[in-house]
Unconditional design. Structure first.
Length: 255
């Protein structure tokens, strides 16, 4: 091969290297955009984080709707407790609305994390608002039942005293009434002040203190409910005794 021919071949090879190759179509992969466009990936992640948070807030709002419905239909709440719960529910709704608006407008992951923290720490729908409403309703129902039982006990006490003065044997009825009164007194002591303690909880109350209070009130409500079931059974026994006419005239003793 002559020097001229070698030069031509070399130039041809060089030209081939310099000629751009035809582009090859690439198959997109799920991570392709994240690698090629980090800013777009960050925006996508932020959108997903925001949507997850808004979904959580919406779930709390749905829970709050259910709680408010129970509150609206509660018939035995005292005026003081109703007012306190209304304030608590209004504050929770305002807080959730504010957090939702903040989350929707937030533009940084750190900001969304802060909103999520506030959802847990300051608007405790599940951990505090729900038990405040439901346990207060239960406590006030139990207190109303205890008031009715106390009224009935007082009336029966008067009636038995009159029957005894008239010479009737009221021993069995008196004993059953004493048992009933003891059960009612125990129930009243268990529930006394529990709703008030529950309603003193605020978003600034520590998580541990709030849990302890809720647990104590729940135990008191459960104890009172058990006492009321026992009182119901005893009241039925007393009613049977009174209806059976066992408060008969005392027999004079032979002298």
């Amino acid at each position: 091969m002559s020097n001229r021919h070698r030069i031509v071949v070399t130039l041809a090879a060089a030209c081939a290297l310099l000629t751009p190759a035809a582009p090859v179509a690439a198959t997109p992969s799920p991570g392709a955009d994240h690698t090629a466009h980090p800013s777009r990936a960050a925006a996508t992640d932020l959108t997903e984080q925001r949507q997850r948070l808004i979904t959580r807030i919406d779930a709390r709002i749905a829970d709050l709707n259910t709680i408010e419905a129970a509150f609206a239909h509660a018939e035995h709440l005292t005026a003081e407790h109703r007012g306190a719960l209304a304030t608590t529910l209004a504050a929770a709704r305002t807080g959730l609305g504010t957090l939702r608006a903040t989350a929707a407008a937030e533009t940084t992951p750190t900001g969304l994390t802060n909103v999520q923290r506030q959802l847990v720490d300051t608007v405790r729908v599940a951990a505090m608002v729900a038990p405040q409403v439901r346990l207060t309703i239960a406590a006030d129902i139990e207190a109303a039942v205890l008031d009715r039982l106390t009224t009935a006990i007082d009336r029966i006490t008067v009636a038995l005293s009159a029957a005894q003065a008239a010479g009737r044997d009221t021993t069995s009825a008196q004993a059953t009434l004493t048992t009933l009164r003891g059960t009612v007194d125990h129930a009243r002591a268990a529930i006394a002040g529990q709703a008030d303690a529950l309603l003193r909880l605020t978003p600034t109350t520590s998580v541990d203190a709030a849990k302890a209070t809720v647990a104590a009130v729940r135990t008191a409500v459960t104890t009172t409910r058990a006492d009321l079931r026992t009182a119901h059974t005893t009241a039925q026994q007393l009613r049977t005794i009174l209806q059976a006419g066992t408060t008969t005239h005392s027999q004079p003793t032979s002298g």
